[in-house]
Design a protein around this ligand. Structure first.
Ligand SMILES: *Cc1c(COP(=O)(O)O)cnc(C)c1O
Length: 653
């Protein structure tokens, strides 16, 4: 370990687990579910801040005793239940406080996390609230329909539909279930009418119910805002809606518009935007009611945000409202519009996915190795005197006090000359090595003098600002960004990441995280921060023969479902952790879903063991025939090849 790199400004004497919580901004993103315990480990309280606590390192150690090693995805099923209760209670409270004369019926959009155990847990926790489901595709419809145990549960069907999907939706209605197709495009309305002509559907005399998705003028802001608003890819414009209503009026009495829906996109940052959209939709609802339409439901879609950032109000991962404020604003806004218009208020539906699932899973991986730059000065004149090396030494001295930008510019210019001279054969290997070390040592000096404030940083050239990232240690982690942290790569979302143990010790290194893929994008160099940007993470130096684990938090929404197969890294092993105060450590582990094997990942791209083994064996037999390989060696070689099919796609111990 090279200890000369970038010391952190941390008061080692005053270091406590509380200091670690503050350093990694746990209170800002933890929502009362996460904290650092006295042992210096991250712990989760699945029932919220007053409830019992589970130590993450203990969970990992128990898994290791069962021969399950990180990377592993931990699901805290009780936390999922808590979120379902918190959401429903927030709406109940808002309804009681405002005297709203109707109810709330939430649905869970399964695209956020379709894992059966997640859906079943949400439904079980939601049963007292008649919580329902939302599907956005044919596969999701097939998965959700059989879960409508009670007739009062809603199944909202968004997304593009074909004839088979529409017929199945109507069949669900025939079964007495509240399966509501939401018309996204005019062509879908025609599909609905066609499906109705199939005489077996639905019950004679009972009109088929449907909803429409509105294309509102109000939009959100941030990374996900494209899915709302006038230019969104979904929804009917107001004139299309009026045209559709005219068609119903023209004698299509077999259908009944029961639901108005809108979806502003995910992670809406500002409550003001939500209020604006809800007001617009409520106004449309009220005006249609006044025209005599018996619309029952107003569905405000998803968008309820989660704070991933450390209270940074300008970051896309931040929101400016709480769950309670969200529910209150929605209920009060609809109430006001309905009162002003003199119409009865609708049943309110929301489709919160992210807010229900984000917290419940934690991804844990192990650091395999670290790499630091060497910043020590080389022994002087190692490679003999050369004018370029002398110039570099002068710049090294200048870096302590001379103007930052000018010194850095000269440094880069000399480095280019060094590289050119080397290519031309004018520098020895030793001289080139010495020049590189001088270059990095000078960079480290300049880096220490970089201003703290983001305003002052803005004025510096890009390369100079990037110095902390370029100088950071590389922590090689056993995971794939593309599989486990897809939104970090795809849309630049920041997730809370921190060591799950050794937090009673101050972290003394600055690092960036490198994954196993051969892709230069397979790294994490953006971290949550309350101000500006943060390109390195505070980490501990590795200790020999001791694992070092990092936790990635708020992983439950979208990440594990959307991850892809870059370099054929597969799904990671999952463990489902249940709270039980009678068990040691307050928990037991019920289910371990094994991660993908090499064999399974290969099958996804059409390679199968039989065929590959036959090919491998042919190569071996050729060498056996020529005598280059003894037959016994050949058998062993093939066996070695075979064994790897059944291993994890990640690195094993
Ligand atoms: C994705 C989606 C949701 C879920 O949004 P969250 O922001 O995760 O709550 C809800 N409704 C629709 C129509 C969606 O497409």
């Amino acid at each position: 370990m090279d200890e000369t790199a970038q010391p952190l400004e941390i008061d080692i004497e005053a270091w406590t687990p509380r200091a670690a919580e503050a350093l990694y901004h746990v209170p800002a993103w933890g929502a009362g579910f996460f904290h650092v315990n006295e042992a210096g480990h991250v712990a989760v309280r699945p029932l919220g801040p007053e409830g019992p606590s589970i130590d993450l390192l203990e969970v990992i150690e128990r898994l290791r005793a069962q021969h399950v090693h990180p990377p592993v995805l931990l699901r805290f099923q009780d936390l999922l239940r808590t979120r379902v209760q918190q959401l429903n209670r927030a709406f109940r409270r808002a309804i009681a406080e405002t005297g709203y004369a109707n109810t709330y019926r939430g649905v869970y959009p399964i695209k956020v996390n379709q894992l059966r155990e997640v859906v079943e847990e949400i439904l079980e926790a939601g049963a007292p609230f008649s919580f329902g489901l939302e599907c956005g595709s044919k596969s999701e419809l097939l998965a959700t329909l059989p879960y409508l145990d009670r007739d009062d549960m809603l199944l909202i069907c968004n997304g593009c539909k074909d004839r088979a999907m529409m017929q199945l939706i109507l069949a669900g209605q025939r079964l007495g279930k509240k399966v509501i197709p939401v018309i996204e495009r005019m062509a879908e309305f025609r599909l609905l009418l066609e499906a109705l002509e199939d005489r077996s559907l639905p019950q004679a005399g009972v009109p088929a119910i449907f909803g429409v998705r509105l294309r509102l003028s109000a939009t959100g802001a941030g990374l996900w805002s494209e899915s709302g608003g006038e230019t969104s890819k979904f929804g009917l414009s107001l004139s299309e809606l009026l045209g559709l209503l005219d068609r119903i009026g023209d004698g299509h009495s077999g259908v009944s518009l029961q639901l108005l829906h809108f979806h502003m996109g995910s992670q809406i940052a500002h409550l003001a935007h939500i209020r604006e959209a809800v007001t617009e939709a409520a106004r449309i609802y009220a005006r249609l009611r006044k025209r005599g339409l018996g619309i029952t439901y107003l569905d405000i879609g998803g968008g309820l945000g989660v704070t991933y950032e450390a209270g940074n109000p300008d970051a896309p991962g931040s929101i400016d409202y709480s769950l309670g404020e969200y529910a209150h604003t929605v209920v009060a806004t609809v109430q006001q519009v309905c009162e002003a218009e003199g119409v009865p208020p609708p049943v309110l539906i929301s489709e919160s996915g992210r807010a229900l699932t984000a917290y419940h899973s934690v991804f844990v991986t192990e650091v395999l190795d670290t790499r630091s730059r060497h910043y020590e000065l080389p022994a002087w004149a190692n490679g003999g005197i050369h004018p370029l090396l002398e110039e570099l030494r002068r710049l090294y001295d200048a870096a302590a006090s001379e103007p930052l930008s000018a010194t850095y510019e000269q440094l880069e210019a000399v480095r280019q000359q060094v590289n050119r001279s080397f290519r031309e054969g004018a520098l020895s290997l030793e001289q080139k090595a010495e020049a590189e070390q001088l270059y990095w040592a000078t960079c480290a000096r300049l880096c220490e003098r970089l201003p703290r404030s983001s305003e002052a940083l803005e004025t510096l050239p890009e390369n100079l600002r990037q110095l902390p990232t370029r100088l950071a240690d590389h922590y090689l982690c056993n995971f794939s960004v593309f599989r486990s942290l897809i939104d970090h790569w795809a849309i630049g979302q920041h997730f809370p990441i921190m060591p799950i143990h050794r937090l009673d010790e101050p972290p003394t290194r600055h690092g960036i995280l490198i994954d196993l893929t051969c892709d230069s994008d397979g790294q994490v160099s953006d971290f949550v921060t309350p101000v500006g940007e943060k390109h390195t993470l505070e980490l501990h130096p590795l200790r020999p023969d001791e694992p070092y684990y990092l936790g990635f938090f708020l992983m439950g929404a979208y990440q594990d479902i959307m991850g892809d197969q870059h370099n054929l890294f597969g799904r990671v092993t999952e463990a489902h952790v249940y709270l039980d105060e009678d068990e040691p450590g307050n928990f037991y582990i019920e289910l371990i879903l094994p991660g993908a094997t090499v064999e399974k990942e290969l099958a996804q791209v059409q390679y199968y063991p039989n065929d590959l083994e036959r090919r491998m064996n042919r190569l071996i037999q050729e060498k056996v025939r020529t005598g280059a390989l003894r037959p016994r060696e050949g058998v062993e070689l093939l066996e070695l090849y075979r064994r790897v099919f059944r291993t994890s796609t990640y690195l094993e111990h």
